[in-house]
Write a protein that binds this ligand. Structure first.
Ligand code: G1P
Ligand code: ZN
Length: 552
């Protein structure tokens, strides 16, 4: 990069750059339109301006178009005057690692390139989001400003320069900007080592009778998991499977759930099943944990981690409070009540936890969508959750299933499932939600006859809204909640991350405190609610589907 000329490029605004639940996600082909990526990046820079003198973190989950986008953003960041850009080697940074690096190096924020658990490849998804100086996703106020900027943008700034070598650690000075290619793993791995009892966990592997598999799903967490599990904790080589990040995630769907992580699920099933299995998603912030022939629902996982936080060095002094997204089951609420700490119910999306974490009101938080985290970063953190579980297993010297069953015995069990109807016609999905909202005032008192338990009645219903207790910002229309008199709840909402049509999410949960009924199949335990959900909203009628596309 010798001849540095900053240039202002005239551009046409796009009207579809409103960030969703987690940044801007579109098909790669949309991002490849002339000026599309540049407009959004310039909108971010305009929003956080002045950029001169500031530092920026940059990295992504390695999916198709990641490397090209990194080069575009580096050129624009130089033209916009940043003094320092920290780029993960190879353009790689997991979402939690990016959050960690922003915080550790006290930058003004970072740009993360990811479409999370959505598939990657030339015809698949790409995404971009901005995280602020606390390391967390930009709050709605900021994403709204970015969106406004995208609507009126007329030009962006860049430089004429060659691509930067991304695969070599080191620093490079271009004009006023120092570009530092950093090891994407080390800061994060050091943070994990400072939080957990690595000696106790090492002893699990030393004895040689504990068998673990971590499925990185060909996504970003492979190098992180290999460093931490295999190198630092001494798990045998090969513990991490699908550990090399691929641009198309091996053609798979990098979403750690029972449907998509089937290779792992098979290893945890049957007579010679392993003791513990875990997987994470495209950008490393989601997790699924499995015991021997045992699935742990993410809502239960959050509750169990909260109840046992004192086993972990980082939380041994206690936790200040917890939060869960609204559709997440109320299992953690019961633990919070017993521990006498506050429990907050926030809208879907990690950005709503940021203020609570910054203000010290909560220490742990989570979502039903395989997301769990704490105040160590400002993103959910897949590998952190896995290490938390491993630490628990090492300290308690019990198999996963016992830890979970003991939890149910103490607190009762919250059965939970989510039914997703994907790529539904947007108009139909919106009309379904509109009609449902219209019915809300008349729902309380409605009785469902012909159901298994006579007289299942709606106690209350509303359209969820949230007032942030820290800055009083108000967020409305976050999903329709219906509470029933059997301890059950149904939530209907439309996804904010899908890139094709609409995705309808129906969340169903029900509390059970009769120990004789703790071992039911979840879909059976919730079958009555599932029927009620269809009767209430006309799911089959509006979606034209007989059953959900994905059940988690
Ligand atoms: C989904 C999840 C949500 C999560 C988000 C980003 O958003 O439901 O909990 O925070 O992905 O990982 P949705 O598509 O439902 O808007
Ligand atoms: Zn993710």
């Amino acid at each position: 990069m010798k001849n540095i000329t900053t240039k202002e490029v005239t551009t046409q605004a796009f009207d579809d750059q409103k960030p969703g639940t987690s940044g801007l996600r579109k098909k790669v082909t949309q991002f490849q339109q002339v000026g599309y990526l540049e407009n959004f990046v310039q909108a971010v820079f305009n929003t956080i301006a002045p950029c001169a003198g500031k530092s920026l973190v940059l990295g992504g989950d390695g999916r198709f178009y990641n490397r090209e986008a990194i080069q575009v953003i580096i050129r624009m960041a130089i033209a916009n005057g940043f003094s320092h850009i920290l780029v993960g080697k190879g353009g790689i940074l997991s979402t939690p690692a990016a959050s960690c690096v922003i915080r550790k190096h006290q930058t003004c924020g970072g740009i993360i390139l990811s479409a999370s658990h959505n598939p990657g490849g030339p015809d698949e998804d790409f995404g971009i989001k901005f995280n602020g100086e606390n390391g967390g996703p930009a709050p709605e106020k900021l994403t709204d400003e970015i969106f406004q900027q995208t609507l009126s943008i007329t030009h962006y700034q860049t430089i004429d320069a060659e691509d930067v070598e991304l695969d070599q650690l080191g620093t490079l000075q271009i004009a006023q900007t120092q570009i530092e290619i950093i090891d994407p793993v080390i800061d994060y791995a050091d943070l994990m080592e400072s939080m957990f009892d690595f000696d106790a966990m090492k002893s699990l592997f030393k004895q040689g009778d504990f068998q673990l598999c971590f499925d990185a799903m060909h996504a970003v967490n492979g190098p992180y998991a290999k460093e931490i599990l295999e190198r630092r904790l001494g798990a045998p080589a090969g513990t991490v499977i699908n550990g090399v990040p691929l641009t198309d995630f091996g053609g798979g769907h990098p979403d750690p759930n029972l449907v998509h992580a089937h290779e792992l699920v098979n290893l945890l099933h049957g007579e010679d099943a392993l003791d513990f299995g875990a997987a994470s998603d495209g950008d490393g912030d989601r997790n699924m944990v499995l015991g021997k022939n045992f699935y742990i629902n993410p809502c239960d996982s959050l509750a169990i981690l909260t109840a046992n936080a004192d086993c972990i060095p980082a939380y041994s002094k206690g936790i200040s409070g917890v939060a869960r997204s609204m559709p997440t089951s109320r299992a953690v609420d019961r633990v919070a009540t017993a521990m006498n700490i506050p429990c907050y119910e926030t809208p879907t999306g990690w950005k709503f936890f940021g203020n609570l974490l910054d203000a010290g009101k909560i220490t742990l938080c989570g979502e039903e969508s395989f997301g769990t985290g704490s105040d160590h970063v400002r993103e959910k953190d897949g590998l952190w959750a896995v290490l938390f579980w491993l630490n628990l297993i090492a300290v308690k010297k019990q198999p996963v299933s016992n830890i979970v069953r003991n939890h149910w015995a103490k607190y009762g069990r919250d059965y939970f499932t989510r039914h997703d109807y994907e790529a539904v016609d947007s108009g139909d999905a919106q009309e379904m939600i509109r009609q449902l909202k219209e019915k809300i005032p008349s729902l309380p008192g409605q009785i469902f006859s012909g159901s298994q338990s006579a007289g299942l009645t709606i106690e209350s219903a509303d359209d969820f809204q949230y007032i942030d207790p820290v800055d009083n910002s108000k967020t409305t229309e976050q999903g329709v909640r219906v509470y029933l008199n059997n301890g059950g709840r149904i939530v209907f909402r439309l996804s904010g991350t899908g890139t094709q049509g609409a995705t309808l999410r129906v969340y169903l949960d029900c509390y059970q405190n009769n120990p004789d009924l703790f071992e039911q199949d979840t879909q059976e335990a919730l079958s009555e609610l599932i029927q009620v959900a269809d009767t209430l909203a006309g799911i089959k009628r509006f979606t034209g589907r007989e059953k959900p596309d994905v059940i988690t």
